[in-house]
Write a protein that binds this ligand. Structure first.
Ligand SMILES: [Zn+2]
Length: 282
C-alpha cells in the first residue's frame, strides 16, 4: 500500500512538473500525450557536440565483475543476490567499429534509467535531442523512461514512448527531417530544417529499433548491450528476440512459437486501395 501511495504521489508531482515544463513552449500539446507524466521536454540553446568520440574496442565477455564493496566482500553473507557488473558484456564482435565514449546525452539517458528503477519502474531511459541543421544547436530535448508497469503497456519501452511523445508533440511523422514549412509542425524551430537523434541507456530491442527507424531517426547511441540486459537478475528478452528474428519462421517452433502466412481472397484489398488513393504518406 505504501508503495502505491508513493507511486501515485510521485506521478502527481511529475505531472505537475511536466505541466510546468510545457509552459515553456506555448505550442506544445503534450498534455494530451499518453506518456507525458515521465517525459519532459526542455528547451535548450547549447551547441550540439555530436555523438561521442570513438574509442578502442572494449570487447570482453566475462561472467562476473565485482563493481561494489558489497559484492567483493570476503563475507558471503554480505554479497548481493546478483553480483554487480562493472563492464558491458559483448560477444562475437557485435559492436566492433561502433564503440564510443560518453557525452552529456548518453549519461542523461543512463541517469533516467537509474532514476526509473529508484522510483519503481523498469531500468531503461532514452533521450531524444532535436538539433538545428544550420547552426548545429540543440533546440530541445526529451527525457523518457520505460513505462511498461506504470501504464500496463508491454510496448511502453523507453524508446517507443519517446518516439511517440516526440512525434506527437512536434506533430510530424518524420523525426529525421523536420521542416519549418511543414504545416503539421506544432513546436517552433529557428531554422528551416532540424532532425532528432536518440540516446538510449540500453541497446534498443527489435521493437524499439524499428520504432526509431520508422520515425526516420538515423543516429542511435546506446550504452548497455543486449547481453547486459540478459544477465541473471536483469532478465530481459532482447537477445532472444534478436536471435528469433534471425531464425526462419518454420524453425521457430522449437521456441513454442507458431507463425503462419495465410492466403485469403481479400488479402491485398487494402494495399490495392491504398496504391490508388489520395493519402497521407509516411
Ligand atoms: Zn524496446
Amino acid at each position: 500500500m505504501t508503495q502505491w501511495i508513493t507511486t501515485i504521489s510521485l506521478g502527481s508531482i511529475l505531472a505537475i512538473t511536466s505541466v510546468f515544463w510545457m509552459a515553456d513552449d506555448t505550442h506544445s500539446k503534450s498534455i494530451d500525450a499518453p506518456y507525458e507524466v515521465s517525459v519532459k521536454h526542455v528547451q535548450d540553446d547549447t551547441d550540439y557536440e555530436g555523438v561521442p568520440q570513438a574509442i578502442e574496442s572494449t570487447m570482453e565477455f566475462v561472467s562476473t565483475n565485482h563493481a561494489c564493496d558489497k559484492c567483493s566482500s570476503k563475507d558471503p553473507a554480505l554479497h548481493h543476490k546478483h553480483q554487480c557488473q562493472s563492464h558491458n558484456f559483448k560477444q562475437d564482435n557485435q559492436y566492433r567499429g561502433i564503440e564510443v565514449g560518453g557525452n552529456r546525452w548518453i549519461k542523461m539517458a543512463c541517469d533516467e534509467a537509474h532514476q526509473s528503477v529508484k522510483e519503481g519502474g523498469g531500468p531503461f531511459g532514452a533521450v531524444v535531442v532535436q538539433i538545428d541543421d544550420a547552426s548545429n544547436k540543440v533546440i530541445r530535448f526529451w527525457r523518457c523512461r520505460n513505462q511498461v508497469t506504470k501504464n500496463i503497456d508491454p510496448t511502453a519501452h523507453a524508446e517507443v514512448s519517446a518516439v511517440r511523445t516526440v512525434a506527437s508533440e512536434l506533430g510530424v511523422f518524420n523525426l529525421g527531417n523536420i521542416r519549418q514549412d511543414d504545416p503539421r509542425l506544432k513546436l517552433t524551430q529557428p531554422g528551416e530544417t532540424s532532425h532528432c537523434e536518440i540516446y538510449s541507456s540500453c541497446e534498443p530491442c527489435p521493437m524499439c529499433y524499428a520504432a526509431i527507424r520508422w520515425a526516420r531517426i538515423d543516429t542511435i547511441v546506446f550504452s548497455a548491450t543486449r547481453y547486459d540486459a540478459a544477465e541473471p537478475g536483469v532478465d530481459f528478452s532482447d537477445l532472444e528476440l534478436y536471435q528469433e528474428l534471425a531464425t526462419p519462421y518454420q524453425d521457430r517452433a522449437s521456441n513454442g512459437l507458431r507463425v503462419y502466412q495465410a492466403t485469403t481472397k481479400n488479402s491485398l484489398d487494402a494495399f490495392n486501395l491504398w496504391k490508388n488513393t489520395d493519402k497521407v504518406a509516411y
